[in-house]
Ligand binder design. Structure first.
Ligand SMILES: NC(=O)C1=CN([C@@H]2O[C@H](COP(=O)(O)OP(=O)(O)OC[C@H]3O[C@@H](n4cnc5c(N)ncnc54)[C@H](O)[C@@H]3O)[C@@H](O)[C@H]2O)C=CC1
Ligand SMILES: O=C1[C@@H](O)[C@H](O)[C@@H](O)[C@H](O)[C@H]1O
Length: 357
């Protein structure tokens, strides 16, 4: 592989698959897009037609088996990830799987076990916030110990709106809150042992019966607490931040300026979707650089036969927390996370992913 471009296939060419195709074509070195697969064949053909040398393949599993595809980005909906990622592992193809790894902890564990049995690291999960410069710097600051022991995190996660009628309360946990789960594990460097999902009065902008916003509280293995607001129909724009509170100070990733920061759809804070500067409209803008860094790191690591960023274990651990979160959403009760023992599953001394370059 050294010296040759990594030939990449993308499964699922909706918002994220299309975005990754563009970055592979324009901004990523050492790789080229060669094939795309999507059951929406017209969409796959249209994307292939926009890029030189890219084939549209009807069957995602045929793309995985294709000898001219070295590595695969899985950007299909979460409920088909298990079958597609297992196929990638069976064909020894390095895989960047968009979050969530799968929809429940049992299926995510099957992916972890399949990769273990394949005997080499193959799967990176698309938790891109780990590659956002501010999130990465916050993680380094906390790990350096300069602020003392980390006590609390406060996460905010707001989407302007979600277009999909399928985006029910459960989806907010499995598809949106799952990012905060990974952030909490990343910042603390430890597992989450319990989750409680609270249901405030919903916004009138949510579909009937959808709990939006939600407030989730995570208990970390060392006793730290993480509060999380997830609000997917906030109307204003995309706001994602993480404040860490430690024994000797605090720090925030994701706040664009100092001073009063007010957002509004109305006139009081200026033009709609503004605070005097602009609120990012969505994740493709806010995390564009993080996705670039994530995909470049994946390409570089795949060429070395390694995995960086979030591993299949991280994907499994996040899904396990969300599985418990679904139970808590239904009852309002605090639910313990049922996480397999990492050393039992992966073996004593199993190597974590390489640190993010
Ligand atoms: N990291 C991040 O910030 C984000 C990650 N995502 C994740 O990316 C994945 C895709 O999400 P979007 O692009 O927003 O969805 P989308 O709905 O825009 O696109 C999904 C595409 O997959 C195709 N598809 C449906 N069934 C398929 C199958 N069996 N095999 C292959 N393709 C299939 C659809 O035709 C569509 O083109 C999801 O896992 C989602 O959670 C989505 C948005 C942001
Ligand atoms: O992953 C993402 C979406 O799937 C999810 O639906 C959004 O809530 C997140 O902000 C975005 O990053």
């Amino acid at each position: 592989m050294p010296g040759q471009d990594l030939r990449v296939g993308i499964i699922g060419v909706g918002v994220m698959g299309g975005d990754h195709a563009d970055r592979l074509a324009r901004r990523i070195g050492g790789a080229r897009l060669v094939a795309v697969a999507d059951p929406d064949e017209a969409r796959a053909r249209a994307l292939a037609a926009r890029h030189d040398g890219v084939r549209a393949v009807a069957d995602p599993l045929a793309l995985v088996a294709d000898e001219e595809v070295d590595a695969v980005i899985v950007a299909s909906p979460g409920f088909v990830h298990e079958e597609q990622v297992l196929a990638c592992i069976a064909h020894s193809k390095p895989t960047l799987c968009e979050k969530p790894l799968t929809m429940d902890s049992a299926s995510s564990l099957r992916v972890v076990e399949a990769e273990r049995d394949a005997g080499r690291p193959l799967v990176q999960v698309g938790f891109m916030r780990r590659f956002d410069p501010q999130y990465a710097e916050l993680r380094q600051l906390l790990a350096s110990g300069r602020l003392g022991r980390t006590l609390l995190l406060h996460n905010t996660h707001r989407n302007k709106s979600v277009p999909n009628a399928d985006f029910r309360s459960e989806m907010i946990v499995r598809d949106s809150l799952v990012h905060e789960v990974d952030v909490a594990r990343f910042m603390f460097g430890e597992e989450i042992v319990a989750i409680q999902v609270l249901s405030p009065a919903p916004t009138s902008h949510a579909l009937d019966g959808v709990v939006d916003p939600q407030v989730a509280v995570f208990t970390m293995a060392g006793g730290g607490l993480v509060t999380n607001e997830v609000f997917v129909n906030c109307q204003v724009g995309y706001e994602v931040r993480c404040e860490a509170v430690a024994e000797r100070g605090s720090a925030i990733a994701g706040r664009p300026q100092t001073g009063l920061y007010a957002t509004s759809v109305g006139e009081s804070a200026g033009a709609p979707g503004s605070w005097g500067g602009a609120v990012d409209p969505d994740y493709t803008v806010r995390f564009g650089l993080a996705y670039d860094r994530e995909v470049q790191a994946w390409v570089d690591a795949a060429r070395r036969g390694e995995v960086v960023g979030a591993t299949s274990w991280d994907g499994f651990a996040a899904t396990a927390v969300c599985t418990a979160g679904m139970q808590s959403l239904a009852t309002g009760e605090r639910v313990a996370v049922d996480l397999a023992d990492r050393e039992v599953v992966l073996g004593v001394g199993a190597r974590a992913a390489q640190p993010i370059p």
